[in-house]
Design a protein around this ligand. Structure first.
Ligand code: CMX
Length: 436
């Protein structure tokens, strides 16, 4: 067993015993109450699952195993570049320790050695029209890899419950290793007539991804490292992570679980917002006939968008109540590398203009930008303007957190998820019974 797997096994076994003892003594402790508005309101804030890899605070934003993004930028190994390597974040999320440079390099090598994608996955992709939305292609390719699932085949052979974590770990590592190849295959077939670029196994995971997408600029490679790190996880309640967690709780394999997660990510209220933001910006600059609009012009366009009954993409959040630190990390990158870029300038003008307008509506709980409001402008700067692909980038990164969390769920013997639903009729009767 290699170092990471062994560490995970040791930590998970210890934690499983701790959880068992904790529940034996404190299982009846009340952790909150549920209001009818939450039942009807998308279950906001209701604690319903244990998800180990990260935790979200409404004001502070995401912490991965207790570390904020600025802290991780200082602490995680950077390999041959200047931004944290996603390998380091995965290590941290899985075992709760900041890895050394050597440990991270060994993980890059391990993923490179697991990166072969079964041939039929490319055949599935090639059977789809080239203009199929990349998220549909991504979802289908991931589901197609399920034929290869270690978990499913061992389960069919009668695997013991105590080995679920092991098979999940193997699928998790293979899935992460393969995703950059699958995603770049989709990118090159969708926008470059299938002119594919072979992997370079000497590169780290994100650098190899940038290479296979077709980008040679070192700063773009660093952007990919940063992008893959900051989009990786956002605790367990967000739609994509929760979907994977729910599917996997039935013991469906990690590929099917993650394919489902990508269905959630493909919605415009979640990951597709990164595509919608840049579309919105281009619609604005096209309609104004300038890429250098005034703040007043931006404000007018935002107001028109709201008046037509649409949301402002890239703004608002179900949990956050401050600017998203993932937005700030991208802004810091832009300030350092591309502050004069005209689309980046538009993003910054939106940052000044949108929050007071949303605030003035009196109903938006968080008027601040989320992760999706900045990413497109950075990509466009490097010529990556095929915005229908942006959510796939988010998805590749999201795998890191989601599959690490699935390893934990299976190691701790997590249950089949089965919350209770009610009808409106039940709610009316419940209210009546309280009033009588
Ligand atoms: N523009 C306009 N109206 C907005 C808004 C925005 N950006 N954000 C929230 N609102 C509205 C809601 O639509 C809702 O209106 P109704 O009462 O008329 O239905 C009201 O404000 C209250 O919503 P909320 O409690 O503040 O926000 P929710 O938790 O319901 O929704 C989110 C959160 C993200 C879906 C919402 O803010 C939104 O639609 N944002 C735009 C899409 C987006 O950027 N999504 C990406 C989120 C990050 C990610 O997952 O990748």
């Amino acid at each position: 067993m290699n170092v990471l797997k062994e560490k995970f096994n040791e930590k998970a076994a210890k934690q499983k015993a701790e959880v068992r003892a904790m529940l034996k003594e404190h299982g009846n402790t009340i952790v909150g109450e549920v209001k009818l508005s939450q039942v009807f309101g998308g279950a906001r804030g209701i604690k319903t699952m244990v998800y180990e890899t990260s935790q979200l605070d409404a004001n502070e934003g995401i912490r991965f195993r207790g570390y904020s993004i600025p802290e991780l930028k200082k602490l995680l190994p950077t390999g041959d570049g200047n931004e944290p390597l996603p390998e380091g974040l995965f290590w941290l999320m899985l075992v709760g320790e900041i890895p050394t440079e050597d440990e991270v390099r060994s993980l890059s090598k391990e993923w490179a050695s697991r990166a072969d994608v079964p041939d039929h996955v490319f055949k599935v992709l090639d059977s789809l029209p080239a203009d199929t939305h990349p998220m549909i292609q991504f979802n289908m390719a991931i589901a197609a890899m399920s034929t290869d699932s270690v978990f499913s085949s061992r389960y069919a052979e009668g695997m013991s419950k105590s080995d679920y974590w092991d098979a999940t770990y193997e699928d998790a590592m293979n899935l992460i290793a393969r995703l950059p190849r699958v995603a770049s295959y989709i990118y090159r077939r969708s926008y470059f007539d299938g002119d594919h670029i072979q992997p370079d196994s000497k590169l780290d995971w994100a650098a190899n991804f940038a290479h296979m997408l077709g980008y040679k600029d070192e700063t773009f490679t660093d952007l990919m490292r940063l992008y893959m790190t900051i989009h990786a996880d956002h605790e367990g309640g967000n739609a994509s992570a929760h979907t994977a967690f729910l599917i996997n709780s039935t013991l469906a394999d990690p590929y099917l679980s993650f394919a489902g997660a990508m269905g959630s990510l493909a919605g415009p209220l979640h990951g597709l917002a990164n595509q919608e933001v840049i579309k919105f910006i281009f619609e604005m600059t096209d309609s104004l006939g300038t890429r250098n609009p005034t703040k007043e012009q931006v404000a007018d366009f935002v107001q028109q968008t709201l008046d037509s009954g649409k949301v402002i993409p890239g703004y608002g959040h179900a949990v956050l109540r401050q600017p998203d630190p993932r937005f700030t990390a991208q802004k810091v990158f832009a300030e350092e590398h591309l502050a004069d870029d005209e689309i980046v300038q538009v993003v910054w003008k939106l940052f000044e203009v949108v929050p007071p307008i949303l605030d003035s509506l009196g109903k938006v709980k968080n008027p601040w930008p989320n992760v999706d409001s900045h990413s497109g402008a950075l990509l466009v700067h490097y010529g990556f303007d095929q915005y229908s692909f942006y959510t796939v980038l988010f998805g590749v990164s999201r795998a890191l957190g989601v599959v690490a969390a699935l390893c934990w769920a299976r190691a701790l013997g997590g249950p089949l998820e089965r919350p209770k639903s009610v009808t409106t009729e039940w709610a009316k009767e419940f209210i009546a019974s309280k009033q009588s």
